[in-house]
Design a protein around this ligand. Structure first.
Ligand code: HEC
Length: 280
């Protein structure tokens, strides 16, 4: 009963944000947290990252190294944020806060995967044009057909001709040349439904096969977002498998490419990974 009372405050916050869903199944106090730093990537789509003249890391990528392998040093990002905020890589203007940590937890049972993200969303967006949502939290999971999916995380979906990129068509969404991603998104707008989508040759915000639900709450300045999805359906997950994923946070009404994103990491489901899902 003690636990129930303690969770009333959280429940209040959940209800205030308009979600009717019950608290998710896992006891998150028993699930380890992995801190992943997200950052504003400027205009560095996959075409940029794989072009030798722009990015010396492109040579390592060709040899099979991962983005995180070079840029994530024991959880700290090795990136030149001044350069990322400069006119060269960010012509429109960078957010005040270039990087912040997100705590990632995962758990699974016989039928579902549960993922919980906890973070403080910084103010000071460069492009606060999403009028409806203060914050959006997104997770992409790649299947094994995505080119370099295990190395690049979400970058395979990020192209120089996608909407909100400088000079790009406003209708063209993120896409991938081969393979597919499942997309899960929580939106803070009152009554907003979770997006259960995909990224294939285009992005679809619905029609996913993973039965995604999401709950979110804000307590003080901390957001807690919990996703539930089926293991089967969409990018098929199963015990013994590790899958590449990336996360993105749109903070302070940010839209389009003005999110803070992670490099690619591995989620291990009863398998090794950067984030290991706890078996329930
Ligand atoms: C072999 C190591 C290596 C790999 C793999 C690598 N990078 Fe880099 N990256 C670098 C180095 C070195 C620099 C700085 C010099 C330059 O830009 O060439 C850099 C620069 C960057 C920058 C610009 C900010 C800065 O610190 O200068 C971004 C953004 C970036 N990398 C993203 C990526 C992404 C995304 C991937 C994967 C798709 C990736 N990198 C893979 C080594 C790497």
């Amino acid at each position: 009963m003690k636990r129930k009372i303690a969770s009333l405050a959280v429940l209040g916050a959940v209800l205030a944000l308009g979600s009717q869903a019950a608290l998710a199944a896992p006891d998150w106090s028993k699930v380890p947290k992995k801190e992943i730093h997200v950052f504003h990537p400027g205009v560095t789509p996959i075409e940029w990252a794989t072009k030798k003249a722009e990015h010396s890391g492109s040579a390592g990528l060709k040899k099979g190294e991962t983005c995180a392998g070079c840029h994530d040093e024991k959880g700290q990002l090795s990136l030149d944020f001044k350069r990322l905020a400069s006119k060269d890589l960010e012509p429109k203007g960078a957010p005040k806060t270039m990087t912040f940590p997100v705590n990632v937890q995962a758990a699974y049972d016989a039928s579902n995967l549960y993922v919980r993200l906890t973070f403080k969303a910084p103010a000071g967006a460069a492009d606060p044009s999403d009028k409806d949502n203060d914050v959006k939290a997104t997770m992409l999971i790649a299947n094994d057909k995505v080119p370099q999916g295990e190395q690049v995380g979400c970058w395979a979906t990020c192209h120089n001709d996608a909407r909100t990129m400088p000079g790009a068509d406003d209708k063209k969404t993120k896409y991938v040349k081969d393979g597919a991603y499942d997309l899960m998104q929580w939106r803070s707008a009152k009554g907003a439904k979770a997006a259960d989508g995909t990224v294939t040759d285009k992005r679809a915000m619905e029609g996913g096969k993973a039965g995604v639900t999401a709950e979110g709450s804000k307590a003080g300045d901390t957001y807690t977002v919990t996703f539930t999805r089926k293991l089967a359906g969409g990018v098929a997950l199963a015990e013994g498998k590790a899958v590449p994923f990336g996360i993105a946070i749109h903070a302070d009404h940010a839209s389009g490419r003005f999110h803070h994103i992670s490099f690619g990491y591995k989620l291990g489901i009863g398998a090794d990974g950067d984030v290991k899902a706890t078996k329930l």
